[in-house]
Design a protein around this ligand. Structure first.
Ligand SMILES: CCCCCCCCCCCC/C=C/CC(=O)SCCNC(=O)CCNC(=O)[C@H](O)C(C)(C)COP(=O)(O)OP(=O)(O)OC[C@H]1O[C@@H](n2cnc3c(N)ncnc32)[C@H](O)[C@@H]1OP(=O)(O)O
Length: 302
């Protein structure tokens, strides 16, 4: 019950950008924070933010064990943290990564889309839209340091970034695998993939629900770089330095030029998109597919 109320409060914050989450780790500094003197931490229980004001760079670490599924709380906390960074002129870039070993993100939280009320589905889908829009159009340089498996919504998060570095581990596949679950990637998921890998590769990947292992992911361009696992963070920092060498206004305007038409397609029909989602997700056949998939995941252990 408390969780439900908490989620509602967090979700309301999305609509009230002036409202702020209390800092979960207020002003923690020093080496324990992950980067030597001057690194400061804030954020929330599930979305940790380590900032390095001297470099103008922050690291957002998703921490929603066991699999970093994108629950309503995670989506909301992510948006709030991103907004905090964007409103603070100290920061010019952010690295998005995971605090869960071996898993970047398992994607959208299936339990948020299964067996819940219409009102809940609508609230959840609006939060998914919000995070996508904020990340896709962020003024910051956003780099994904993908340190684990990254299906569906996890892949989408990384596709919204400006650059993707993937750890070279055969287990760390990445892709939009929605069809394998018997669901369909919405048009704006599809657009994000097409804009990254081109139409033909996206068409094949989406229909077959392909999850690409690192070498293949690099070959099709769904990631930009594959590096040894222990170098993901340093590689992301090197890439960041290169992107930060470009004057902000020129880079930001160019990013906007490239991405705004795609984002506008969703912005112009956000409510209709929610209605689409509601109709789709409420179908008995879709609910059944999701239940079967979740049961399979749960039985894997037993
Ligand atoms: C006419 C056309 C109209 C079109 C309209 C379109 C409208 C929209 C349609 C809807 C689109 C919705 C889009 C969804 C995108 C998504 O992101 S869906 C999520 C997809 N994710 C996955 O497929 C990943 C599933 N998970 C895994 O494969 C594995 O868990 C893992 C590889 C990530 C990790 O494996 P492992 O370490 O072995 O952990 P597990 O034992 O599998 O899992 C632990 C625990 O977590 C639960 N879990 C896993 N994933 C999720 C998830 N995504 N959500 C919620 N929960 C998850 C799993 O069940 C286990 O739970 P228990 O501990 O057993 O309770």
């Amino acid at each position: 019950m408390a969780l439900m109320v908490g989620a509602r409060v967090l979700a309301r914050n999305l609509l009230r950008p002036w409202s702020r989450l209390p800092d979960a780790v207020p002003g923690r500094t020093g080496p324990a924070a992950g980067g030597g003197d001057g690194v400061r931490c804030f954020g929330s229980p599930r979305v940790l933010v380590e900032t390095d004001p001297a470099k103008g760079v922050a690291v957002i670490k998703l921490k929603n064990p066991p699999v970093n599924s994108l629950s309503l709380e995670v989506l909301t906390e992510f948006v709030i943290s991103l907004e905090k960074l964007e409103n603070d002129k100290t920061f010019r870039g952010v690295i998005v990564t995971s605090d869960c070993p071996g898993i970047f993100s398992a994607g959208l939280d299936l339990t948020e889309m299964c067996g819940k009320s219409q009102a809940h589905y609508a609230e959840y889908w609006r939060a998914v839209q919000e995070l996508w829009l904020r990340l896709y159009l962020s003024n910051l340089v956003v780099i994904a340091a993908i340190n684990g498996v990254s299906p569906a919504g996890g892949c989408l998060i990384s596709l919204t970034c400006d650059y993707r570095v993937l750890a070279d581990n055969p287990k760390y596949s990445i892709g939009l695998n929605e069809t394998l679950l018997g669901i369909v990637a919405p048009s704006w998921f599809k657009d994000t993939l097409v804009n990254t890998v081109g139409h033909r590769t996206a068409e094949r990947a989406l229909q077959l629900g392909l999850l690409f292992p690192p070498a293949e992911a690099l070959r099709v361009g769904i990631v930009d770089q594959v590096v040894p696992e222990d170098q993901v963070h340093s590689a992301a920092l090197s890439v960041m330095a290169r992107w930060l060498a470009i004057p902000d206004h020129a880079r930001q305007l160019t990013k906007n030029l490239m991405r705004k038409p795609t984002a506008d397609r969703l912005v112009k029909q956000r409510d209709a998109d929610i209605q689409y989602f509601l109709q789709f997700i409420s179908r008995d056949s879709i609910q059944k597919s999701l239940r079967v998939y979740l049961d399979k995941l749960r039985q894997k252990k037993g």
